[in-house]
Design a binder for this molecule. Structure first.
Ligand code: APR
Length: 309
């Protein structure tokens, strides 16, 4: 049985475990720094295993040695946003947390693919890459899958159709400058601009950019976790089963799309080695300009990272 470890047993971590457990493809270890928290949640999951027919191989712990030889490690440890906060406001606190976590991953699971969820995502992924010293393809940020599922839902809601029939792509950093691509959005093969007026599309793009913020405003304490948890599960499954799926995710770029040495959301093929391939698609002038703006926001975050790490 393949092994998946999830670091951080809070809202996103525990929800990811729930979805992964329901899909029955791996042994799971859940880790949290708060003594007893991961154990409590793992035990609670085990009690529901027979009701939901999943493999009761879930361990909750504060002991990092139990992540030994994991095939995939998901990092959700860190603090979430509060109303009025930008994801970048989390940078210093979360960098310190993920550096500690990354050391443990490098020590106990040196061959793992690491999926980073902690925000600000694209900058935190860089901190994880630096601290673990892992190969570039082994560290991936979870963002595009989440931003796309929001975009697809908003389009489907407007058209009164099932979200699964909407195909979409959202590139760029996981922040307010993300780039939902209307030219790559289609419904059953029909381009979105043929089905919806431009001003409606723009409203949906705007809502997608603020999709996480909308939930933060409602919650007041904390940020979204069901859709992030489900997005993590999809990526973990793709790696564990070596599915070679085409998804959008934050990957370390070395010249692709004209950017170097930053993590940015791009289409990738994901499989057992992590980023199997970065796929370069054609972007028109406006899309490229929007991606440049998004990359600039990530670069600013990396400059801030450089002052602390
Ligand atoms: N090791 C393990 N767990 C840790 C550590 C650490 N060093 N530091 C903090 N944690 C744990 C906390 O104890 C908490 O249980 O991380 C968990 C975070 O859970 P929540 O506070 O519920 O936050 P959550 O909503 O899950 O978001 C986590 O994901 O989407 C991002 O922006 C979000 O950065 C945030 C992260």
């Amino acid at each position: 049985m393949k092994k998946v470890s999830v670091i951080g047993a809070g809202q996103v971590g525990a929800t990811a475990v729930y979805y992964i457990a329901e899909s029955n493809f791996a042994e799971i270890v859940l880790v949290d720094v708060v003594e007893g928290l991961a154990a409590a949640k793992a035990t609670d999951f085990l009690h529901s295993a027979q009701l939901r027919s999943y493999n009761p191989d879930i361990t909750g712990t504060s002991d990092y040695s139990l992540i030994k030889n994991s095939d995939v490690v998901v990092i959700t440890a860190g603090i979430p946003r509060r109303p009025g906060m930008d994801r970048m406001d989390l940078l210093k606190t979360n960098v310190a947390i993920v550096r500690g976590v990354s050391k443990e991953i490098a020590r106990y699971a040196p061959n793992a693919v690491v999926i980073v969820v902690t925000n600000p995502l694209d900058v935190i992924a860089m901190a994880v890459l630096r601290e673990t010293g892992f190969a570039l393809k082994k560290v991936i940020g979870m963002a595009g899958v989440l931003d796309e599922t929001r975009f697809r839902y908003f389009v489907a809601e407007k058209l009164g159709i099932w979200p699964g029939d909407v195909m979409a792509m959202v590139l760029g950093g996981h922040g307010n400058e993300m780039v939902p691509l209307k030219s790559h959005t289609s419904i059953g093969g029909m381009p979105l601009p043929d089905l919806m007026p431009d001003d409606e599309i723009e409203k949906i793009i705007d809502r997608t950019r603020n999709g996480g913020g909308e939930i933060v405003k409602y919650l007041k304490e904390g940020s979204a976790f069901y859709a992030p948890g489900a997005s993590v599960a999809k990526m973990v499954e793709a790696v564990i089963k070596d599915e070679k799926r085409l998804i959008s995710a934050s990957a370390y770029l070395r010249g692709e799309y004209g950017y170097d040495s930053i993590f940015l959301g791009v289409p990738i093929i994901i499989g057992k080695n992590g980023v199997e391939k970065i796929v370069e698609i054609y972007l028109d002038e406006n899309e490229k300009a929007a991606l440049d703006k998004s990359a600039d926001a990530v670069k600013k975050g990396v400059e801030e990272l450089n002052t602390v790490f």
